[in-house]
Design a protein around this ligand. Structure first.
Ligand code: DX5
Ligand code: ZN
Length: 214
């Protein structure tokens, strides 16, 4: 069984609190919060104010995914009573080790993410320090894209490295994940599955969440 982190990017923004509460009432492990800056990725989503205003509607911890260049000066903005993980991109941080230390100094867990074209080997020197590795299975910037299968191989590699070295990070996948490919994702060794469209746009959300978790 995997954990599920529905991405609120696919929620109804006109009635966001209500829609996200509906998902939380079904029972989810995390809420995935996609922050996009229009620079690191070619889209702008929403900022920390939106996330903070959701605090009163939710009962699940936040899994914050920062798709922003040089996130260091903004990290503190995303720390709330519900924030469990703050994840930054390997490709967006000039001093990744410092950024990971900074996240930890704020009292939250630190994640690092890699784009589809970035190999797991680029994380070799940071894996021992992180609590989460987020494998992108689409090019970040938009919901509703098609899953890129090479992510499965990366998940398996990360699992092997974790076992061999005795590291503790969780492995998460993000992009194009849903009922149709959740089993393959779980079998590769994924701990947390992010799912936007496949959960929020499902005809039966309860069933979709149950099937993705396995
Ligand atoms: C993509 C985001 C994803 C996205 C997932 O840039 O990081 O979290 O919202 O959405 P789906 O599940 O629709 O691919
Ligand atoms: Zn995401």
């Amino acid at each position: 069984m995997a954990k599920i982190a529905p991405s609120i990017l696919a929620a109804d923004f006109a009635r966001l609190g209500e829609d996200v509460k509906n998902i939380c009432d079904i029972g989810v492990d995390y809420l995935h919060i996609d922050i996009m800056d229009g620079s690191f990725v070619p889209n702008i989503s929403f900022g920390s104010a939106v996330m903070k205003s959701l605090n009163e509607y939710i009962n699940a911890p936040y899994d914050v995914h920062l798709m922003i260049d040089n996130p260091d000066n903004l990290l503190e903005d995303f720390v709330t009573e519900n924030t469990e993980f703050i994840t930054v991109h390997q490709e967006a941080c000039r001093h990744l080790n410092r950024t990971v230390q900074h996240i930890h100094s704020l009292g939250v867990k630190a994640g690092v993410s890699i784009n589809p074209a970035t190999p797991v080997s680029a994380l070799e020197n940071i894996l021992e320090y992180v609590d989460l590795v987020l494998v992108m299975s689409v090019n970040p910037g938009f919901g509703g894209q098609k899953f890129i299968p090479s992510a499965l191989e990366k998940i398996a590699q990360l699992k092997e490295i974790r076992e061999k070295k005795g590291y503790n990070y969780l492995i998460e996948v993000d992009g194009g994940a849903g009922v149709g490919n959740a089993e393959a994702i779980r079998e590769a060794g994924c701990d947390i599955i992010v799912s936007g469209t496949a959960v929020f746009k499902a005809e039966d959300r309860v069933e979709a969440i149950a099937k993705i978790k396995g």
